[in-house]
Design a protein. Structure first.
Length: 497
């Protein structure tokens, strides 16, 4: 059974992009509220509060943001609470940040302490703790730097800026390209404003806002139909309130009004297929064109999948899916410098945890055939996990082992942690897969057993069909890069066997 996982993570990255990249709206007011809508339906709210404070005995500015979002995802409601706390000096230079994302009893928390040239980060997910030091690029400007033009409310049409912000999901310092697109008169619930259209492009999300010259954000939207409007606290907290009337005088933006019945987010953001695939789980060959990847992840090429960039920027991809003969597998242990990155602990993968290590030894038994051990682990994960789409945060291998429910990213993370602990080089993969007439975003794994072979623990058997299209690979954090593709890419199937 397939469970597609990227969607709820998109909400976290969208909201954090708004809080981190364009926080100028909050600096104009002590408290700001925004209603959050998905395809016209109210799904939650956000609140940003500014107040003076002390940090390590120094007077600072404290910014607290809170969001509460509930979406209908694969037949269930998934609730996600996102909170961030920032301390900056009085020139708005960042000193400390904390991010907390909670969903259905699971949570991930990141703390970041800023130094002159580095940022010290600690990420907690379940019982797992990951520490990482990020280098600050020379001359980098942060979203909260007093020197950046948006903080100073200097809006000039055509101006472009690059600002940096921490991505708490990937524990990385990412650039956001900001451009002031246009100036116009907009109307929000009957009140008119002179406002600027600001576009932000990050590695995982795309965001456009309408902002006043004073820095107040009136409206923010993303390509997947997620929109936020400035509202009073009372209206923002109304769970079924319709979207406010918003329009642009010159017609540069759509007017989004009225209530639209909720739709399943996974289905609404899936990718239409022009060719029906009658039995996708047995497909051994697929030829397709994927477009809309400009500035995003480049499709991977390997012995199973070949991706060739076309003159129009799209990619022609051919996938040959075959089973693996276990007699051709290498034996454990597997060593070599090229495999070390895929055997060690990493963010969300507590390979050295006694609980994970002991389970890996139990499943391995006395078998030295790497592929047979990998298959035993895949089968164990499949039989012990229960599909549940209501958890909207990334979780660590140990957390999933303690609470074996989730979606495809959880299946892949649990498998990868156990496989690495068993000594099998394993990496995470994200991309798209065909099901029920459409392509959905999906995650699985690959293990090296003499060659890299795909392993999908959401499937009841070992065969991974040709409709699994790989778009990114690496660590757990690399899976989230596909989130930036949601609502942007298109697929044209040319041939299926």
């Amino acid at each position: 059974m397939y469970r597609f996982s990227k969607y709820s993570l998109y909400f976290a990255s969208f909201l954090l992009a708004l809080f981190m990249v364009l926080p100028s709206f909050s600096l104009a007011q002590s408290t700001s509220w925004m209603g959050v809508f998905l395809m016209g339906s109210k799904v939650g709210n956000t609140k940003v509060r500014i107040e003076p404070a002390e940090y390590q005995g120094v007077k600072v500015r404290k910014v607290v943001s809170e969001s509460d979002i509930t979406i209908h995802l694969m037949g269930v409601n998934a609730t996600q609470k996102t909170n961030s706390l920032s301390y900056t000096d009085l020139n708005d230079i960042p000193l400390y940040q904390q991010f907390l994302i909670e969903s259905n009893g699971s949570k991930v928390q990141l703390t970041a302490v800023f130094h002159k040239t580095t940022i010290t980060c600690q990420m907690n997910s379940g019982h797992g703790v990951t520490t990482k030091t990020l280098d600050i690029p020379e001359g980098a400007k942060f979203a909260t730097d007093g020197d950046n033009p948006l903080q100073k409310n200097q809006y000039t049409v055509g101006a472009k800026y690059t600002l940096y912000a921490i991505d708490p999901l990937t524990i990385s310092l990412e650039p956001y390209n900001i451009e002031i697109m246009s100036e116009s008169v907009v109307s929000l619930d009957g009140k008119t404003y002179n406002a600027y259209r600001v576009h932000s492009q990050g590695p995982m999300e795309e965001l456009s806002t309408w902002e006043t010259a004073e820095g107040t954000t009136l409206e923010a939207d993303s390509p997947i139909g997620l929109t936020m409007y400035l509202e009073s606290a009372k209206d923002a907290m109304k769970p079924t309130a319709p979207a406010p009337q918003f329009s642009v005088k010159d017609g540069a933006a759509e007017t989004k009004t009225g209530y639209v019945p909720p739709k399943d987010f996974a289905l609404a953001t899936s990718i239409a297929s022009d060719l029906k695939i009658p039995d996708p789980r047995t497909a051994t060959y697929l030829k397709l064109v994927v477009s809309g990847l400009s500035g995003l992840s480049i499709p991977q090429s390997d012995s199973r999948q070949q991706a060739v960039k076309q003159s129009d920027g799209s990619y022609l991809i051919e996938i040959h899916a075959t089973g693996f003969n276990s007699s051709k597998s290498v034996n454990l242990p597997i060593s070599g410098a090229q495999f070390e990155p895929y055997l060690r602990s990493a963010a969300y993968l507590e390979v050295n945890s006694p609980k994970v290590h002991d389970l890996a030894l139990q499943l391995k038994g006395g078998d030295s055939n790497a592929y047979e051990v990998a298959e035993r682990i895949r089968s164990w994960v499949y039989s012990h996990m229960t599909p549940n789409a209501s958890i909207g945060v990334p979780r660590s291998c140990l957390d999933i082992l303690d609470h074996p429910v989730g979606v495809c990213r959880d299946y892949a993370t649990l498998y990868a942690g156990i496989a690495r602990a068993a000594g099998i080089p394993t990496r995470l993969v994200s991309g798209i897969v065909y099901a029920n007439g459409r392509f959905f975003y999906h995650a699985w794994a690959e293990s090296w057993v003499g060659k890299w072979v795909p392993i999908d623990a959401t499937l009841p058997n070992s065969f991974v069909d040709a409709t699994h299209v790989k778009l990114a690979q690496g660590e757990v954090t690399d899976m989230y890069g596909v989130s930036g593709m949601i609502g942007r890419i298109k697929v044209k199937v040319l041939e299926i066997n």
